[in-house]
Design a protein around this ligand. Structure first.
Ligand code: CP
Ligand code: NVA
Length: 305
């Protein structure tokens, strides 16, 4: 039987997300009450990183341990991947020794090739195109604070990057409105966003207008990993795309602020906003772990409740 992968947000249906979010709620509450839950005893997760990470590594590694399994960290520099071993060969070998794989890499095509040769489920821990685990955690966080996200408005301010593309996919699946504002020249490329979100996404040239009335305002770094050569140019181009107090005032009175982190205070977000009362960034970071635990359980065991 072919393994079930999670390579982009659209790989899971709305009803499966509803299950995963319920499951996350239960898994999180076990964790908060120090109740052991070890459904993945003796299972091993391989985590392959071709880019840096704090949260993704920590949340997958701690999460797998909490589920009774173990996690192995691999990176490009210390494996034969860095010396040109084909991705397909790596997938054949890794997937004979572990039960599930998480990969953070560059092009989406790399993770798709890996998954095509893998005997076990593969999870996208960030590619240039998508960051599905992030947005799943973010949606859980929104619901925890404010209830259903369906019918709400989310404002994405800044770069049309991997996280933005994933929000576009999520808007369609969860049926909320996404306002996107990027500087000229950095607009969403529908094809990179998987042609998703068109009916749920509105683009704004003015970031203030995008934030108006939003229930959630979210942003990310101006320069993503892999695009460092463009950093100076991006700093010039993105100057007006900072989420600050003035912008938050235009959003709904009870609007939340999210950022996948790491953040640059004074660039894409002011310190006052990210460290202020509307910000839920620390909950967002923690919830990565709980949602990913539910995801790993689902990919390995199917629905258990
Ligand atoms: N948000 C996120 O994925 O963080 P890391 O790059 O630290 O994993
Ligand atoms: N868009 C950012 C997200 C980091 C978690 C990047 O790709 O670097």
């Amino acid at each position: 039987m072919k393994p079930r992968h999670y390579l982009q947000f659209t790989d899971v249906s709305r009803s499966e997300y509803e299950y995963l979010l319920e499951r996350t709620h239960w898994i999180k509450s076990q964790f908060k009450h120090y109740k052991p839950y070890h459904p993945l005893a003796d299972r091993t997760l391989a985590m392959i990183f071709e880019k840096q990470s704090t949260r993704t590594r920590l949340s997958f590694e701690a999460g797998m341990q909490q589920l009774g399994g173990s996690a192995i960290f691999l990176n490009t520099r210390d494996t034969q991947l860095g010396r040109g071993e084909p991705v397909e060969d790596m997938a054949q070998v890794v997937s004979r020794m572990v039960d599930i794989v998480m990969i953070r890499t560059f092009e989406q095509e790399i993770i798709e090739r890996f998954a095509a040769s893998s005997r076990v489920p593969v999870i996208n821990g960030l590619t240039n195109e998508y960051h599905p685990c992030q947005v799943m955690g973010d949606i859980f966080t929104y619901i925890e604070h404010r209830g259903p996200i369906s019918g709400r408005t989310v404002a994405w301010i800044g770069d049309s990057n991997n996280v933005c593309n994933t929000w576009m996919q999520a808007a369609e699946i969860f049926d909320f409105k996404l306002h996107v504002s990027t500087p000229p020249g950095y607009e969403v490329e529908a094809e990179r966003a998987g042609n998703y979100g068109r009916s749920h996404c509105e683009q704004f040239s003015d970031p203030m207008q995008a934030a108006r009335g939003a229930d959630l305002v979210t942003t990310d770094v101006w320069t993503s990993m892999g695009f460092e050569a463009e950093d100076a140019e991006r700093k010039r181009d993105f100057g007006d795309w900072q989420v600050d107090a003035e912008m938050m005032k235009l959003a709904a009175a009870d609007a939340l602020f999210m950022h996948c982190l790491p953040a640059h205070r004074g660039e894409e977000v002011s310190a006052g906003v990210i460290d202020g009362p509307q910000s839920v960034v620390w909950d967002e970071a923690e919830n990565r772990m709980h949602t990913q635990k539910a995801l790993m359980e689902f990919l390995l065991l199917g629905k258990v409740a």
